[in-house]
Design a protein around this ligand. Structure first.
Ligand code: ZN
Length: 269
């Protein structure tokens, strides 16, 4: 079966809906597809396969209860920051408050908080069913689909703080989208990052240290994964700084391009 594509859209009338994208249409669903959302019969025309259309706005294609991330899951990226590859997956969280819709704006913190914010382009997994203590085979079956994400990171705080909560958890530091694709094999997808059109990261999920099912199984040993939860699978080499005015594009084969602008924090008070 060919992969299926899903988006979450803000409509002109104010509704926020999940939709399946096919044949230039958005076919609205009664709820998220991983919650058994059914076709309502309502359709919007003139929609491309990344969910773009006049009069609607694209939203993060999932609304997770948690976002679990994996550090140093590509050998070349671990070594570019002077680290070894961990013997077990290295987990951390981003809070749901860090989520950013496609075409949104990453807000840089004031320079008094951080002076170095980096891009990290990553494949993200959307969980399709409640999962606890899964085997690798159960974990593979628990994956609903895939999307693109940015693990935006205040690198100076990551080095300074023992925990990465501040470095990884700021508002707007988790752009996700533009669509969720189900039925797409995850083992050899190109993961690229461009800043102002220049290619900064160019990796492939074939170089993941821990595979998608291995990660889902590992996380599920310690916490229950809920439908719609996200797992960010780590970033390939080439991370680098973002500055005010940059345009960030995270691109994954078979999924599409996730774009965000970068802006300095608005002056306060
Ligand atoms: Zn990362």
């Amino acid at each position: 079966m060919s992969p299926r594509r899903f988006a979450r859209l803000a409509l002109e009338d104010g509704r926020r809906v999940f939709a399946e994208l096919a044949e230039g249409e958005a076919r609205l669903l009664s709820s998220a597809p991983w919650e058994g959302g059914a076709l309502t019969g309502e359709r919007l025309g003139g929609v491309d396969d990344e969910g773009r259309s006049a009069g609607t706005r694209r939203l993060t294609p999932a609304t997770p209860t948690k976002i679990v991330c994996v550090g140093r899951n590509y050998r070349a990226h671990a070594s570019e920051l002077g680290n070894d590859v961990p013997v077990e997956p290295l987990l951390f969280f981003k809070p749901p408050s860090s989520l950013l819709d496609p075409d949104g704006t990453i807000e840089l913190p004031p320079s008094s908080i951080s002076g170095r914010v980096d891009h990290e382009a990553e494949l993200a997994v959307i969980i399709g069913r409640r999962t606890r203590r899964a085997t690798d085979a159960e974990a593979a079956a628990a994956v609903f689909g895939l999307t693109a994400a940015g693990d935006i990171t205040a690198r100076d705080l990551q080095k300074k703080d023992g925990q990465w909560t501040r470095a990884k958890g700021m508002d707007t530091f988790c752009p996700v989208g533009p669509v969720v694709v189900s039925g797409l094999p995850w083992d050899a997808l190109g993961v690229r990052c461009r800043v102002n059109g220049a290619l900064r990261q160019d990796g492939s999920t074939r170089d993941l240290v821990f595979s998608v099912p291995a990660l889902v199984a590992y996380v599920s040993q310690v916490m229950t994964l809920e439908p719609g939860d996200l797992i960010l699978t780590g970033t390939p080499a080439g991370v680098g700084p973002l500055v005010d005015g940059d345009e960030l594009v995270i691109e994954i084969d078979g999924i599409g391009a996730l774009t965000a602008r970068v802006a300095a924090a608005a002056a306060e008070g």
